[in-house]
Design a protein around this ligand. Structure first.
Ligand SMILES: Cc1cc2nc3c(=O)[nH]c(=O)nc-3n(C[C@H](O)[C@H](O)[C@H](O)COP(=O)(O)OP(=O)(O)OC[C@H]3O[C@@H](n4cnc5c(N)ncnc54)[C@H](O)[C@@H]3O)c2cc1C
Length: 398
């Protein structure tokens, strides 16, 4: 009888845990390695995250269910003007289940990770193991760890985030992410400390202004509000108080949010880069931020990592993937499982990267002609069907 393939996943973040869960669904066991020594130690764990319907579909596919009692289903995304809080556009989300096949959710990262951890089944979780590199050879992929240890696997899935240690082993050379020139202050505040119009109804609220934008949305059943305020910065290090001061002339709603958030959070540098041109080499394959580090302007990084995980597990679990990763693909000379994954996910990442480039250009316009044109466009909700209506599992089988 053929031995089951030895699969290792590096990174137990959103993409890595989702991959372990998706592989388990396809009947494949894996070992997951993470540099953290505790699954609850990921920086920013108590902060919020938006999971759009395409991500929720992927969560359903892998059997990960965040706690329904605290997860919020916002009824719309609102875009507002920085100076006077006037409404620029509202995209309804209350029809997401019928329109896109799944709801739009806001929750904490801890709730999401908890649901994924429950779904990984019999996967081996190895914490406190920082991977420092990998060698791709004929006999498999050999991982090297900071503690001097090694691990050999037939297939290694690099889900080790934006500063991936495995990206270099793809041989794409020098394509790592760069500091984007933006930082984000993130905090969670009790809803009871905010004016009611910022808390009810449950909405994602975004204020656009010159060089900056500010986002808030409910988490923990609406008892808390997650706040993200971005700012330009010449360096990745930034003083949070100074960042908040940059909003001094914004409308009262934003000032109320940031005054409640002050002292409760911290600022993070934002990194950006192009998706890797090819996601695999031999038995090494990348997913999530490791493969496509992007600015969070469209709140898609986690949902894309979830889609990646579902697509990769589907490609690997399909009947024509026997003997992967060295498999020659489907009978008749079709793509290998990893080539198939690469083609599918590469096209999706390229489309999203283009949309994020447009958002980068448009989100922070100074007041003037281009801003007024943008504001007029925003009064009609943008087409999100291609993004939110995507079914990562069906994408593999179609
Ligand atoms: C301000 C901000 C707001 C965001 N908001 C949203 C949002 O609302 N919705 C959304 O979809 N996305 C959002 N994102 C993006 C999202 O957080 C990321 O895209 C997502 O976490 C990527 O998942 P990942 O698994 O690829 O990486 P991560 O979640 O970063 O996980 C990487 C894992 O690898 C481990 N690791 C790293 N290096 C090593 C190593 N050398 N060896 C072993 N383990 C290692 C880490 O400990 C970590 O557990 C936001 C990002 C930012 C910065």
């Amino acid at each position: 009888m053929q031995e089951p393939p030895r699969i290792a996943v590096v990174g137990a973040g959103i993409g890595g845990l989702a991959t372990a869960a998706a592989l388990a669904r396809s009947g494949l066991r894996c070992d997951v390695f993470d540099s953290r020594d505790h699954p609850g130690r990921l920086a920013g764990m108590g902060l919020g995250i938006q999971i759009s319907p395409n991500g929720v579909r992927a969560l359903r596919e892998i059997g990960a269910t965040p706690p329904p009692s605290t997860v919020v289903r916002p009824d719309a995304v609102e875009l507002r003007r920085w100076r006077d809080n006037s409404l620029l556009g509202r995209a309804p989300l209350d029809d997401a289940e019928t329109r896109y096949g799944a709801p739009y959710l806001t929750l904490t990262r801890a709730e999401l990770s908890g649901a994924l951890l429950t779904a990984i089944g019999g996967a081996g979780l190895h914490l406190g193991r920082r991977c420092v590199g990998a060698s791709v050879g004929r006999g498999g992929v050999r991982l090297r760890f900071a503690d001097g240890g090694e691990h050999l696997a037939d297939l290694v899935i690099g889900a080790d985030g934006v500063h991936s240690a495995l990206r270099a082993a793809l041989g794409n050379g020098g394509l790592g992410p760069r500091f984007s020139g933006h930082v984000a202050y993130r905090a969670v505040v009790p809803a009871s400390e905010l004016p009611t119009h910022l808390v009810s109804p449950h909405r994602v609220r975004v204020w656009l202004g010159p060089g900056r934008h500010c986002v808030c949305y409910p988490v923990r059943g609406g008892a808390q509000v997650n706040v993200v305020a971005t700012a330009p910065s010449p360096s990745p290090e930034v003083n949070p108080e100074k960042l908040i001061l940059g909003y001094a002339e914004w409308c009262g709603s934003v000032r109320a949010l940031l005054s409640a958030a002050a002292g409760r959070g911290r600022a993070w540098p934002l990194w950006s880069g192009a998706p890797v041109p090819r996601r695999h080499r031999g038995g090494l394959v990348l997913l999530g931020d490791a493969a496509h580090p992007a600015l969070p302007w469209m709140a898609q990084g986690a949902s894309q990592a979830l889609e990646d995980a579902v697509a990769l597990a589907r490609c690997l679990g399909s009947p024509d993937s026997r003997g992967f990763p060295g498999s020659s693909g489907a009978p008749g000379g079709g793509l290998t499982p990893l080539e198939r994954y690469d083609a599918l996910r590469g096209a999706r990442a390229a489309r999203l990267a283009a949309a994020i480039r447009t958002a980068t250009d448009e989100h922070h316009l100074p007041d003037g002609l281009r801003q007024r044109r943008r504001d007029r466009r925003l009064s009609t909700p943008p087409d999100r069907d291609w993004l939110y209506g995507y079914d990562a599992a069906a994408g593999v089988t179609s």
